[in-house]
Design a binder for this molecule. Structure first.
Ligand SMILES: [Fe+2]
Length: 470
């Protein structure tokens, strides 16, 4: 029960040329793992409410010639800079608002141009720039070498999104990024846009009307289709104007309406089909693919949106979050009829923050998913998981008092891409609770045996997502 330090602020920024290591750091690992996550949870003596609200810090692990260097920097978003200078929260975060006494400027939303740019969720690359992302459309550019913040990504279009997912997809054949967004209004719209890899200009593909939009953290894509999973955690957009409360508090859990899978044609944006599904809540789609007239989608799902409340900081710090409840679920959606999605059984093992062998298996049949799991409702995420979705076999890695983060798969450069789906390593930042220190762990992706680790002199607060820039 010592994971609390993972939700405590890390103030220090540092550059360490070479971390002490144990075991072996594979010589072929040549690149930079960038992790993103919250690292400052209070402003002016006031605590943030939710794990998602802390100010973003980037952590870069540089792997080269068997050595590991490290650098960390707070993202100098406007939200961070204003809060630091004024000693108060100035922007509306996911579940924390500025104090009312401070909140006397113009009407301000979570998602508009005056919303938050605290991009603490994920990182990606577009138009030769490295980008930190949250769920507002204000992406923040950073320098991969120095981690210095370079300002907002300057889109050349006027797509006019109110929110955007921090989980874009990348199509390596078409050399384009795809992402999900939302517009709020009397009638709201789910949006899908594409962005050529070398361009700062986005093009709208899908604009689908919806009265009560659901919260969507991610989506899935196949060669021909885009799949959205609309869970019954929905809001009435008019309340965004009428009531002054944090963004997350506008959503209501409506299990009676179930979930809805929306499938769109990637080329013309037309709705191909929709299928009903059980009431559930998801942050992360794992993968989707087409097979014999059906579309299959795998996701990490919770029984309900109570999962969002479980991640309030006071609950996480006091171990009163309970069972988080994320499990892999698979749904088959018939493409030629409007019907119910059919569920196929997958192992009941706890699994969140899923990663796959993204290239070349995203949008195609796949076999392995890596993630993190929770073994005890009184504990936070406490082990790594590898699941074989064909055989149902589950492998795990755990260690006493160790709390691993999202496992990023890095394929061995000379692997056979057809047979070597798990031929590579897993990179995971692991927190040792009692030591109050973190380390980068390098595991054999096939059996989750640890190969080596690089130790840090401090803890890294639990983060969300990252990317290996090879
Ligand atoms: Fe996420």
């Amino acid at each position: 029960m010592s994971s609390r330090i993972g939700f405590e602020t890390l103030d220090d920024e540092m550059t360490l040329e070479s971390l002490p290591t144990e075991g072996e750091i594979p010589e072929w690992l040549d690149g930079t793992l960038v992790r993103n996550g919250p690292a400052k949870f209070e402003v002016g003596g006031r605590n943030m409410n939710h794990w998602f609200d802390g100010f973003a810090m980037l952590h870069a692990f540089r792997l080269r010639d068997g050595e590991v260097g490290y650098r960390n920097r707070f993202l100098r978003s406007d939200a961070y800079t204003e809060a630091t200078e004024e000693g108060n929260l100035t922007r509306r975060e996911f579940a924390t608002d500025p104090c009312r006494s401070i909140f006397k400027r113009l009407f301000q939303t979570f998602f508009g141009n005056d919303g938050t740019d605290n991009a603490c969720v994920n990182v990606t690359r577009a138009a030769d720039k490295h980008i930190a992302m949250t769920e507002t459309p204000m992406d923040v550019v950073f320098d991969l070498e120095t981690l210095e913040t370079e300002g907002h990504f300057d889109y050349e279009d006027d797509l006019g999104l109110d929110t955007a997912s921090a989980h874009p997809h990348f199509d390596f054949d078409r050399e384009e990024l795809l992402n999900l967004g939302l517009n709020f209004g009397g009638t709201s719209h789910y949006r899908i846009y594409t962005q050529p890899a070398d361009s700062g200009s986005r093009a709208s593909v899908v604009r689908h009307p919806v009265d009560r939009p659901g919260y969507m953290h991610s989506f899935a894509v196949t060669e021909k289709y885009v799949v959205m999973t609309e869970c019954p955690w929905v809001l009435n957009p008019l309340t965004l104007l009428a009531f002054d409360k944090p963004f997350a508090e506008h959503f209501e859990w409506k299990p009676e309406q179930g979930s809805r899978f929306l499938v769109f044609d990637r080329n013309d944006g037309e709705l191909v089909t929709e299928a009903s599904g059980p009431a559930m809540f998801t942050f992360h789609h794992v993968n989707a693919w087409e097979d014999r007239g059906s579309l299959y989608v795998d996701l990490s799902a919770y029984p309900s949106a109570a999962a969002v409340e479980s991640l309030m900081l006071d609950r996480l710090r006091t171990h009163s979050h309970g069972e988080l409840g994320a499990r892999m679920r698979r749904f088959e959606i018939p493409l030629n009829e409007t019907s119910s999605a059919r569920e196929h059984a997958l192992p009941e093992h706890s699994l969140e923050l899923p990663r796959i062998d993204y290239r070349p298996r995203n949008g195609r049949p796949y076999r392995y998913v890596w993630g993190v799991g929770q073994s005890d409702p009184g504990e936070f995420i406490d082990h790594l998981v590898k699941m074989d979705v064909d055989s149902g076999e589950v492998s795990t890695w755990s260690e006493d008092d160790a709390y691993p983060g999202e496992p990023v798969f890095v394929p061995r450069p000379d692997r056979d891409p057809d047979s070597g789906e798990d031929d590579g390593v897993i990179l995971s930042v692991v927190l040792k609770g009692e030591d109050e220190r973190s380390h980068l762990s390098i595991m054999d992706a096939a059996d989750l045996e640890e190969i080596g680790r690089a130790r840090l002199p401090h803890h890294i607060p639990f983060g969300f997502h990252g990317h290996f820039y090879g």
